[in-house]
Design a protein around this ligand. Structure first.
Ligand code: ATP
Ligand code: BTN
Length: 327
């Protein structure tokens, strides 16, 4: 989406009718140029600008567009100084990929990126993360840790706890965490976390913490999701303001990075237990074509999954393992 298309969308975001003539005057272009921009905008998943003869163009429902000032206003001023850069992008391949490519390697503090839509949002092991324009949270924060790469193994657990707590503070109560990186509501996936790190084995390391959260995901856009999913609109009313939610998530993530640098995973493990959806339940661990069944016995100090399985108690790490079970 180019700047001119985004400018037009900002005008239409109120969900009201705007005539082609008025839009053309407002944006100092021809009516044909407005029409062309509308065609381009309508190719983006989640945007469906209607054209009604005699009335003009409008979005069927208003769009709650991202606003950097509104996001930053939610972050406590002393923490804001730890976030020198917040980039707001209408459309990007992946906010994680963007930060991994763009990030200043000698970064002090954090660099964040939030997008209205990702065309190649990613999950673990090359899997896809689906989003539609303006109706989700696609947020990444890059942070430099003076820790060895191995010490970052528990970071996605700490981020999961952070997201779960922010959702509780919004009034959601039905959610839980599925090891190692998902937020679920009644067996359906609401949010996913992807932590990607680069750097020296002994440190320092740059970690990019990515969060994808569904606010209003239309079923028509979810055809590629091969597991039960849900969105916040289905479990929380009224829906939180998107900018406030992104700001709250960012503030909580900054605090988590600072605490993780100082204390590691330990302070997050107790809270993980409060949200853990599989404790004491029978689960399957999938590793490619292999499967191990056992009783889920919680997390190890490093954030591994402890399973009471056929050969006794064993700890599994998230690299190549997927957890499946019944809630
Ligand atoms: P694992 O237990 O290995 O983490 P997972 O199936 O949750 O398994 P992830 O890599 O964590 O895999 O997440 C990617 C998966 O999430 C996709 O394969 C898809 O099934 C699902 N998914 C993609 N987009 C969404 C979305 N917007 N909402 C909910 N689920 C989604
Ligand atoms: C998962 O469930 O495996 C993780 C999904 C993570 C999706 C988020 S959206 C923001 C960030 N950018 C990406 O490409 N992925 C993460």
């Amino acid at each position: 989406m180019n700047a001119a298309e985004y400018q037009l969308l900002r005008v239409l975001a109120d969900g009201q009718f705007h005539s082609g003539e008025v839009l053309a005057g407002q944006l100092a272009v021809t009516r044909a140029a407005i029409w062309k921009r509308i065609q381009k905008l309508n190719q983006i998943p989640g945007i469906d600008i209607q054209s009604v003869h005699g009335k003009g163009y409008r979005l069927p429902t208003p769009l709650d567009l991202l606003d950097a000032d509104a996001i930053l206003a939610r972050i406590e001023p002393s923490l804001r100084s730890r976030l020198p850069q917040l980039q707001l992008l209408p459309v990007v391949h992946s906010t994680n990929e963007f930060l991994l490519n763009q990030c200043n390697p000698v970064l002090h503090g954090g660099q964040a990126c939030v997008a209205e839509h990702q065309t190649a949002g990613r999950g673990r092991r090359g899997r896809q993360w689906v989003s539609v324009f303006g109706k989700n949270v696609c947020l990444s924060l890059a942070w430099r840790f003076d820790l060895a790469m191995a010490d970052l193994a528990g970071l996605s657990i700490a981020v999961g706890v952070t997201v779960a707590r922010v959702l509780s503070a919004q009034g959601l109560y039905a959610h839980g965490l599925k090891w190692p990186n998902d937020v679920h509501v009644q067996g359906k996936k609401l949010a996913g976390i992807l932590v990607e790190a680069s750097g020296e084995m002994e440190g320092p390391c740059l970690a990019v913490l990515g969060i994808g959260l569904n606010l209003q995901l239309p079923a028509s856009a979810a055809g590629d999701i091969d597991q039960p999913w849900t969105d916040l609109a289905a479990c929380l009313s009224p829906l939180p303001d998107r900018n406030r939610l992104v700001g709250d998530l960012l503030e909580a993530l900054l605090n988590t990075c600072i605490q993780y640098q100082q204390q590691g995973l330990a302070p997050f493990l107790e809270t993980w237990k409060e949200y853990d959806i599989y404790m004491g339940k029978q689960v399957d661990l999938l590793m490619g074509d292999n499967m191990v069944t056992g009783i889920y016995a919680g997390l190890s100090d490093q954030g591994g999954l402890v399973l009471d399985g056929p050969g006794g108690r064993k700890t599994w790490y998230s690299g190549e393992v997927s957890l499946r079970g019944k809630t």
